[in-house]
Design a protein around this ligand. Structure first.
Ligand code: CTP
Ligand code: MG
Length: 251
């Protein structure tokens, strides 16, 4: 393995609107402790020795703004690139992947909306890929019991069944991949969509694509602070976590 093959590249999908967070700037540019979520997320990746390059898929009309933002915040000397993202998370990841140099063999995909992921999680995911797993996801056990329902928004929904909670995990990012595996499943999904085979249930993470095409995915421990900022309350929690870190002076 040459030097750049040993170091992972990270793709950060950051092109979403953040509709569930409410009106305002694109979610990745909303601030947490006075710093955009995206900058927190990129810094969290750059803090890992496993990561050598970060590729951000920015809102299509925000590429220059994101370049300026990342230029203005220290990234531990790590290299970064910014590309225009797409209409879906999947497309944004695919566009980011296309900007990674050919000789990089390990790719991490990390949501801009997970600003507080601890570096230990980034390291653990990269290490598991380096040790030979083609697809790795960090995850945590669930606090709530989960039921499958017949969706019927606005009305009482019939319950179908209750999966055993001990067998369930809530999946986070960064997810880590052997680069060839990830490129291949994204290409297959694109070809399938182009052929009109869009009946498949849309996947909400990259490992889901690997599963769809028969690949093996393993779980490593995630962290409660790697939660995704999705709704307004998540931002309140994120501010509290950040304040606690700053008070402990470990940030
Ligand atoms: N994302 C992206 N391109 C899209 C949609 C989403 O890069 N077209 C990114 C988001 O920026 C985010 C990550 O995928 O970092 C996870 O998506 P999610 O939390 O759903 O973010 P949004 O799509 O922005 O939020 P919402 O679904 O509430 O609109
Ligand atoms: Mg979304």
């Amino acid at each position: 393995m040459n030097a750049s093959a040993a170091v992972a590249a990270a793709v950060v999908p950051a092109a979403g609107r953040g509709e569930r967070l409410g009106p305002g700037a694109p979610k990745a540019l909303r601030e947490l402790g006075g710093v955009p979520l995206l900058v927190h997320a990129v810094r969290a990746l750059a803090r890992s020795r496993a990561v050598g390059l970060v590729v951000v898929a920015a809102p299509a009309d925000g590429v220059a703004e994101v370049v300026a933002l990342l230029d203005g915040h220290g990234l531990d000397g790590k290299d970064f690139r910014v590309v225009a993202g797409g209409a879906t998370r999947q497309e944004s990841v695919r566009l980011g992947l296309a900007a990674i140099p050919e000789d990089v063999e390990i790719v991490l995909v990390h949501d801009a909306a997970r600003p507080l992921v601890p570096v230990e999680v980034v390291d653990a995911v990269a290490a598991a890929v380096r040790a030979g797993a083609p697809a790795v996801v960090p995850a945590v056990p669930l606090a709530d019991t989960v039921k499958r329902v017949e969706p019927n928004p606005g009305r009482p929904e019939p319950v179908l069944d209750t999966p055993e909670r001990a067998t369930l995990r809530a999946v986070q990012t960064p997810q880590g991949f052997d680069r060839a595996t990830l490129v291949e499943v994204h290409a297959k999904a694109l070809a399938e969509e182009a052929a009109g085979g869009a009946d498949a249930v849309p996947v909400t993470d990259d490992a889901g694509l690997v599963e769809r095409y028969g690949g093996t995915v393993v779980v490593v421990p995630g962290h409660e602070e790697a939660f995704k900022v999705t709704r307004p309350l998540d931002l309140v929690l994120a501010e509290a976590v950040l304040a606690r870190r700053r008070a402990a002076d470990d940030y």
